[in-house]
Write a protein that binds this ligand. Structure first.
Ligand code: SF4
Length: 374
């Protein structure tokens, strides 16, 4: 017998709404209000619109949403030519992180994204957090404000054309190559739309990675197992020292449990792997905690990606300008040049990291797959 439920929710606070999950299965209705640990959702101080963005439904929606929240609204002829004000680079960086720019993405051809996927899928750029070692430091330069693209359908059409061209080969897309899309999902809803579209693509797969626990809007999306949801994690010492404005480790693990319960394939990126006094014990503790947090069935099809810390001379300079007090070790004398300007741990230390992490994972998660170490 099938049962149809009609329900209306009246007058819940945004805090409750953000943590509400309603599921119907086998004739019973489950209403879950998850822990109130949700990281406070990001809203900017200023929203800057390209006039053309208002020709799109999402552009109009964002405009009305920001306006109703009393957020200052400005316009710019092009998001690429926006000048952020501030007395010095550090001030401009922190100012930019409180801004959202709403624009139209013009270059639509998908770019490669190795090793995490075949291609990048860029729905937005940057994020509200301030990780000292943000992998976008050098590419974004001064454009560290959140950019929300409104021509999502055009971006997705470009991806689906490529999927069809490559079929029956499976084509994977990385939704987090230029941003943390989960951290801004409450603003645009673009990720949920994308997840559902990939659910309909026989030969397309989506990959998402986040340091946010803002997952509630994605839990009942019709993903059809075509989106692998990964959480970027690290030792608590590293998260506290270098990942400002992200969800705590406990919050990320609680979100991972919800994502797993929603049926998404699950994964973890441990990055950046950093050698410091006590690193072995701390990474063992991290993986113990992960194992204790997850139900047994979550670990059967789980993936890990391992990325050791790296920097370039340019990213080092930017990090020191943004975070003059950072304790992040970036001495080129302790690293080797890997090519393309990147400095990584010398081979003996890199091997220690790789062997240690692989062994820890194999002991605790024998069914999991380590996709790569780099
Ligand atoms: Fe960069 Fe990701 Fe940290 Fe955001 S969460 S600052 S995108 S590393």
């Amino acid at each position: 017998m099938s049962v149809h439920w009609n329900y209306t929710i009246h007058a819940v606070s945004s805090q409750v709404e953000n943590n509400l999950l309603i599921k119907e299965r086998d004739g019973s209705l489950t209403i879950t209000i998850s822990s109130p640990e949700q990281t406070s959702l990001f809203y900017p101080d200023e929203a800057i619109f390209e006039p053309e963005a208002l020709d799109f439904r999402l552009g109009k929606q964002l405009y009305h949403d920001f306006q109703s929240r009393g957020i200052k609204i400005l316009t710019t002829p092009s998001h690429n030519r926006l000048l952020v004000t501030g007395a010095d680079y550090c001030q401009r960086f922190h100012h930019a992180k409180r801004m959202v720019v709403v624009g139209v993405k013009r270059s639509l051809a998908p770019q490669p994204c190795h090793p995490s996927a075949d291609y990048r899928l860029v729905l937005n750029t940057s994020c509200p957090a301030k990780c000292h070692y943000c992998y976008l430091a050098a590419t974004l330069g001064e454009r560290t404000y959140v950019r929300l693209y409104v021509n999502i359908d055009e971006i997705l059409q470009s991806a689906t054309r490529l999927i069809k061209k490559r079929a029956p080969e499976i084509t994977t897309f990385e939704a987090s190559s230029s941003s943390d899309p989960v951290a801004v999902e409450h603003l645009s809803g673009a990720l949920r739309h994308t997840i559902e579209l990939f659910g309909q693509e026989t030969y397309g797969r989506l990959r998402v990675v986040t340091k946010s626990n803002n997952v509630s809007r994605l839990l009942d999306a019709n993903h059809k197992d075509h989106t692998r949801f990964r959480f970027s994690i690290n030792t608590e010492k590293i998260i506290e020292a270098y990942e400002e404005g992200t969800a705590s480790l406990d919050q990320r693990l609680a979100a991972a449990v919800k994502v797993n319960a929603a049926g998404y394939p699950l994964g973890f990126i441990i990055a950046p792997l950093i050698i410091y006094e006590g690193w072995r014990a701390d990474y063992a503790t991290l993986l113990d905690k992960l194992k204790a947090s997850l139900p047994q069935d979550a670990t059967n099809d789980m993936t890990f990606e391992l990325i050791m810390h790296r920097f370039t001379q340019r990213s080092r300079r930017l990090i020191l300008q943004r975070f003059p007090e950072t304790t992040l070790a970036m001495d080129t004398k302790d690293r080797v040049h890997k090519g393309f300007g990147k400095y990584v741990y010398e081979p003996r230390k890199a091997q220690q990291l790789e062997e240690t992490l692989r062994a820890y994972i194999a002991e605790r998660f024998p069914g999991a797959q380590v996709e790569y170490f780099t």
